[in-house]
Design a protein around this ligand. Structure first.
Ligand code: HXC
Length: 517
């Protein structure tokens, strides 16, 4: 047999060198932190043997500080295509063992290449992010490299799903790209996101803060609202990403994939008929309502620890993906505040981008009153919900389970905002405001003049309730399409969704709207 071509032997050696990334010591350090390496992560994310790597031989081209370190193959990021449940995705995985996964010009070129391929092929782009941010020794080249990525994040938004999995310290530029993507998944104890790290803050302000308290997973899940999902470890984060893709289409032209029917579409739930307490001041769980209506175990809540007075997430109805938007009456009575408005508006727009019908469950006494909210811009933030629902062309259905007062009624997918079908439960109360507030305004003088003002106020409030605090008045004027028994909510919604599946809306030509961001 002829001697093997030495150039082929060299290729194998080069490939092996690329696999060694930043070297055995740094790979071991990554494992010592209970983190996986970039290649191990890709193996878990993608279907077996489906990864097709690109550009493994790219190396760093500039070093303006003449640090003279090794020019590692791959330049700290692995890119390529693969499959998740048999569907094509494009991925990049930053490799912390090479210059801390930092981004210079060539790493940026690789990431942009794979983003462009994802766009051209109508496939999701997934970033596994583990990076110290802009690579200092590449100066403005690294800043421009980030800018190239951000531009693509913005321009490809709403065309292909973009998912960011944060698997390490994502500093500076490494946090802005995720902020522009559709979903952010973080890992507890391992991922941090901040624009300026603890060292910089100490230097500039003298404030002492550790990375976890500054931008750890719990902060972004509960305080900033930046992260959508949290995982306990790399493995769980990657599995979550696989699961989330099951709800999303590969691009904005496709419909979302449907799951095999796993639950009876006719299933009624008698417990729903007793879930809303007779006393309107007593809370109940909207989470329980949602999980009884959607396909069993299909609901994935997003941002579950932030703005908990609002509830958003993805679920299946008879195997079809839907977006769920609701108030949670057991948190602040389901009132809408600034954060809840932002949470709802962004989610509605994501669903609309990706052809996910919207199911809205309404139980809210209105917008949160108060100086802090007014001065914080509740009008601007609340307006985003109106804008988002009004521009959404996907099927839109709502169910008023209890309170729908004033602005909350209007913004939560009300009929004349462009909803397709509006249901109410018999417990629904739809009015400009609650009875007490209304009679105080309308009957100020007669109440003051009454022999027993308290009794007179109570009588007038009861009269108001009889008149407005029920769904029949709204159904009588056409704002509600039907009043349904709570137990039949699931089959009625499934029938309505089926009848709206071919919905098509022509929108007026314009460059784009001007949402009050
Ligand atoms: C070049 C960097 C780097 C950087 C880390 N490294 N950050 N190299 N540029 N920004 C290198 C280290 O020198 C080291 O190289 C390797 O990465 C691992 O870093 P360590 O510090 O040893 O690791 P660790 O202790 O785990 O700490 C990781 C870290 C820390 C938290 C990320 O390195 C750090 O705070 N880095 C700076 C983060 C930051 O402020 N980034 C913002 C950049 S400005 P060796 O060779 O020893 O392995 C930016 C602006 C963009 O991004 C603006 C866009 C809007």
């Amino acid at each position: 047999m002829a001697q093997e071509d030495p150039r082929i032997i060299e290729l194998r050696a080069m490939r092996e060198r690329a696999r060694q990334a930043g070297g055995a010591e740094r790979l071991a350090k990554q494992h010592a932190k209970h983190k996986l390496t970039a290649r191990e992560r890709l193996d878990l994310l993608l279907d077996p043997d489906s990864f097709n790597e690109l550009a493994p031989f790219i190396t760093q081209q500039s070093d303006d500080l003449n640090l003279g370190g090794e020019r590692y193959l791959g330049d700290g990021v692995i890119i390529g295509s693969g499959q998740i449940d048999g569907r094509t995705v494009y991925v990049y995985a930053q490799d912390f063992t090479i210059h801390g996964g930092t981004l210079g010009a060539m790493q940026s070129r690789k990431i942009c290449q794979v983003m462009d391929l994802a766009l051209r092929n109508g496939a999701p782009i997934i970033g596994l992010i583990d990076s110290g941010g802009a690579r200092i020794q590449e100066g403005v080249r690294s800043l421009d490299g980030y800018t190239e990525i951000f531009r693509r994040n913005a321009q490809y938004s709403g065309i292909i799903p973009q998912i960011s999995i944060m698997l390490g310290p994502c500093a500076g530029g490494a946090s802005y790209s995720p902020a522009l993507t559709d979903l952010i998944i973080m890992v507890r104890q391992h991922s941090y996101m901040f624009i300026t790290g603890p060292d910089v803050i100490r230097a500039v302000t003298g404030e002492q803060i550790d990375a976890e308290s500054l931008g750890g997973t719990d902060i972004h899940m509960a305080t900033s609202g930046l992260a959508h999902l949290a995982a306990a470890a790399d493995q769980e984060a990657l599995a979550l990403c696989r699961r989330m893709l099951g709800y999303l289409p590969s691009n904005n032209i496709e419909n979302p994939p449907s799951a095999p029917p796993a639950d009876d579409p006719q299933r009624m739930d008698d417990e729903l008929n007793v879930i809303v307490p007779l006393d309107p001041a007593v809370p109940y769980s909207m989470h329980a309502v949602v999980s009884k209506v959607v396909d069993r175990d299909s609901f994935v809540e997003l941002q579950p620890a932030w703005a908990c007075n609002a509830l958003v997430g993805l679920a299946h109805m008879d195997g079809h993906s839907v977006g769920i938007v609701a108030q949670e009456p057991s948190v602040m009575a389901g009132v809408i505040d600034i954060d809840a408005a932002d949470k709802i508006a962004r989610f509605v727009r994501m669903c609309d981008c990706f052809n996910l019908p919207l199911l809205t469950f309404v139980d809210s006494p209105g917008f949160l009153p108060g100086v802090e909210q007014e001065h914080g811009g509740i009008i601007r933030h609340g307006a985003k919900i109106i804008y988002a629902y009004a521009e959404a062309t996907v099927p839109k259905i709502s169910v008023v389970t209890r309170k729908a007062y004033g602005g909350a009624y209007v913004v939560m997918n009300s009929k004349y905002l462009g909803s397709d079908i509006n249901y109410a439960w018999p417990s629904a109360e739809i009015a400009v405001m609650g009875a007490e507030g209304a009679v105080n305004i309308l009957f100020k003088k007669p109440i003051a003049a009454a022999d027993d003002p308290k009794a007179e106020r109570a009588r007038l409030a009861e009269n108001y309730r009889q008149h407005f605090s029920n769904p029949y008045y709204a159904a009588g004027v056409g704002a509600i399409d039907d009043i349904i028994e709570p137990r039949e909510t699931r089959p009625r919604l499934i029938m309505a969704l089926a009848a709206l599946r071919d919905k098509s809306v022509a929108t007026l030509p314009r460059k784009h709207g001007n949402i009050p961001v």
